[in-house]
Design a binder for this molecule. Structure first.
Ligand SMILES: Cc1cc2nc3c(=O)[nH]c(=O)nc-3n(C[C@H](O)[C@H](O)[C@H](O)COP(=O)(O)OP(=O)(O)OC[C@H]3O[C@@H](n4cnc5c(N)ncnc54)[C@H](O)[C@@H]3O)c2cc1C
Length: 422
């Protein structure tokens, strides 16, 4: 009987999943597979990933299928299972990262029909090309124009049935000791999405930079693991162009990564800069003890939640790169380790943007953290939430404790003199 393996990677959902739907449409057997590769540890994302897999398995079982789990090298295990079930084809969602593309190249070299489908972005990376030539857009605004006006594929419902072969060993989900700070999976993503569409989306444009208000969707970990389809999200959120624009940023960095797969290692645009080796400053930055409250608040939010507000990400990244003079790769690696939404394209794309080596059209721009705090955390509520040493202080003191005649006990003096002219 015709049998297809659907290799799941970072597309952990049943709704709007083109590869899964196409496999089910063939009318034969469908073997949904996820391979846990010990060589690609998910770090702090492990608990979230395991939640996603448990939820996906439940959804597939409800459709009379299953999620088959194997451990080892993805290609080896996929081919082993293909031999076991006599698979005619492997279906997967096309990826842009170096790791993902190596996997695809290796599978393409095997004696099996590999078919790649869209699904990780709203518009497939590489689908839009600048009219003046080139294989990708280097600047966001023209990409946004082409992206917003372009045709889209239709959003797909979940398949009505996923007919798995009988008698195949499903494989156990490993236990994970520490519970993730956020529940992973498509079910949790839909719950968050429903609340967001009803209560958050409307005020997004005004509230997205309000650090203390926490008025962004917090859907990024779910998008990272594909628990929600970015295309469906763009459709559902169509009434708020500012929000849709952020989804376009995500697509933008994915198409940059497709064209420049070394984005997490090499400068996209080389810019002569001498980085400083400053291990103590880097340790303080990571621990949230730089003595610059808005920076410390952001870094402590990252440690506590595995997530950080976008405005804070910009401030802390700018501080590391432009104030401490430390290589963006050091910051990107730390973010990548800790963020639940840590993703090569978005993480490295944004770090390079801040460092002036990426797609920014104003590469020399430097942010003043105190001004940023005054503007985006006017009551210092964000600072006081994450830096308890400053909790009882009036806003102006919490923002600039070095102005006080006496030092705040337990809170460090700033690492670097803050340049107040900017
Ligand atoms: C230095 C730095 C590193 C970053 N690293 C990552 C990362 O590893 N993974 C990640 O998903 N985002 C990253 N971002 C982008 C952004 O900060 C997060 O996507 C956003 O804060 C997630 O919160 P949210 O879901 O509430 O966003 P919302 O404001 O609700 O936006 C909705 C979605 O749009 C996308 N989006 C929003 N802003 C951006 C952006 N600037 N670039 C690309 N996509 C965006 C995200 O998928 C997000 O979930 C980084 C930004 C900076 C400045």
């Amino acid at each position: 009987m015709d049998t297809v393996i659907v290799l799941f990677t970072r597309d952990l959902r049943v709704r709007d999943h083109p590869a899964l739907s196409a496999a089910c449409d063939r009318g034969g057997r469908v073997v949904p597979l996820f391979v846990l590769d010990p060589e690609v540890p998910a770090g702090h994302r492990t608990g979230f990933l395991l939640d996603c897999l448990a939820d996906l398995r439940e959804s597939l079982r409800a459709l009379r299928g299953d999620l088959f789990l194997r451990r080892g090298d993805v290609v080896t295990e996929t081919m082993r299972l293909a031999g076991e079930v006599g698979a005619d084809a492997i279906y997967a969602s096309s990826d842009v990262s170096e790791l993902g593309r190596r996997r695809e190249r290796r599978l393409a070299g095997e004696r099996v029909d590999l078919r790649l489908f869209p699904g990780l972005t709203v518009v497939p990376p590489g689908a839009l090309r600048p009219s003046g030539g080139g294989d990708h857009y280097r600047v966001f605004t023209p990409y946004w124009r082409a992206w917003a006006g372009g045709a889209r594929r239709a959003v797909l419902p979940a398949p009505s049935r996923v007919p798995a072969p009988p008698g195949l060993v499903a494989g156990d989900l490993p236990a994970h000791a520490s519970r993730p700070v956020l529940k992973g999976g498509e079910t949790a993503a839909r719950a968050r999405l429903d609340v967001w569409l009803r209560q958050g989306l409307n005020g997004y444009a005004e509230g997205r930079d309000d650090l203390a208000g926490d008025r962004t969707s917090r859907l990024s970990p779910y998008l990272r693991f594909g628990c929600v389809s970015p295309l469906e999200l763009a459709d559902l959120a169509g009434s708020e162009p500012e929000f849709v624009r952020q989804l376009c940023w995500r697509d933008f960095f994915h198409q940059v990564t497709l064209a420049f797969p070394r984005i997490n290692r090499d400068d996209y645009r080389s810019r002569p800069r001498r980085w400083r080796d400053a291990p103590d400053a880097v340790s303080a930055w990571k621990a949230g003890t730089t003595g610059v409250p808005i920076v410390d608040a952001g870094m402590r939010q990252l440690l506590a939640e595995g997530w950080m507000h976008n405005r804070a990400r910009m401030i802390v990244a700018d501080y590391l790169v432009n104030h401490l003079g430390v290589d963006w790769r050091v910051g990107a690696a730390h973010f990548f380790d800790l963020l639940l939404d840590g993703d090569v394209a978005n993480n490295s794309g944004n770090w390079q943007w801040v460092a002036g080596t990426g797609n920014s059209t104003r590469p020399g721009r430097v942010l003043n953290p105190v001004r940023q705090a005054r503007r985006f955390d006017p009551d210092a509520a964000y600072i006081r939430r994450y830096v308890p040493e400053l909790a009882g202080r009036p806003a102006a003191e919490a923002r600039e404790p070095w102005r006080l005649s006496r030092r705040v006990s337990g809170y460090p003096a700033p690492l670097d003199p803050v340049d107040r002219r900017r």
